[in-house]
Design a protein around this ligand. Structure first.
Ligand code: PGA
Length: 250
């Protein structure tokens, strides 16, 4: 049985004071939540705060991005070793906002994934199609290209120490959620695609759904066989909503 993961992607939100309140609420509300994995993704300046407030809890923390380079003249970038210094459990790679707004190619995302595999930080590989790609029937073509770039650099073994987040771009921050059936269809197709390379790795892989997950749609999404949790943006900024989503997961 795969464990479910519910992760909050805070994006460029938060402050020391706001995070303190939110993290304290989560620690108290989720203290007995042992059946699922819970994580928050803060911006880099607050990773130390996450470490301080979450280290003694069951909640993990992670970064929203990472550099593909180990060190050196890369102004503004943050390395995997720096994430290890702050005891991050996870880092997102290839979030659609990074791909779109910061022009990250499949190759750069695959390099970031590969860099994380050499560290103790687990990559959460985000994949997903735009509305235009879905409407022209290219959903799986796009996702397979995104996955193939990672397979080419890290092999199927890379997915043994990773999470995949299926996030249809048209459902992110729009209030439009994929139907549970649409999510299941893509999650199943991702698992079947990877199973051609290694059935055990594909079966064990956590594939979480992201895109306007809210307390009122979480139950139906989590009921799908191949949906192993959620990457939650907007609703993760409200502790009550995030806790409700965690409770729906187990
Ligand atoms: P959303 O964001 O829940 O606000 O749609 C999800 C994400 O971008 O990870």
């Amino acid at each position: 049985m795969r464990r479910k993961l519910v992760a909050g992607n805070w994006k460029m939100n938060g402050s020391l004071a706001e995070n303190q309140t939110r993290l304290t609420q989560l620690v108290s509300a989720l203290k007995n939540k042992e059946a699922i994995d819970v994580a928050v993704f803060s911006t880099a300046p607050y990773l130390f705060q996450c470490k301080s407030l979450l280290a003694a809890s069951g909640i993990s923390w992670g970064a929203q991005d990472v550099s593909e380079h180990a060190s050196g003249a890369f102004t503004g970038e943050i390395s995997t070793a720096m994430l290890e210094d702050f005891a991050c459990d996870y880092a997102l790679v290839g979030h659609s906002e990074r791909r779109e707004l910061f022009h990250e190619s499949n190759e750069v995302v695959a390099d970031k994934f590969a860099a994380l595999l050499k560290s103790s930080v687990l990559p959460v590989l985000c994949v997903g199609e735009t509305l235009e790609q879905r409407e022209s029937g290219d959903t799986m073509t796009v996702i397979i290209e995104q996955i193939n770039a990672v397979l080419a650099k890290s092999g199927i073994a890379g997915f043994k120490k990773a999470v995949v987040a299926y996030e249809p771009v048209w459902a992110i921050g729009t209030g439009k959620t994929a139907t549970p059936e649409q999510a299941q269809e893509v999650h199943k197709a991702i698992r079947e695609y990877l199973a051609q390379f290694d059935a055990d790795i594909a079966e064990a892989l956590q594939i979480v759904y992201g895109g306007s997950v809210k307390p009122d749609n979480a139950d139906a999404i989590f009921a799908q066989h191949d949906v192993d949790g959620a990457l939650v943006g907007g609703a993760s900024l409200n502790s009550n909503d995030f806790v409700k989503i965690c409770n729906a997961a187990g």
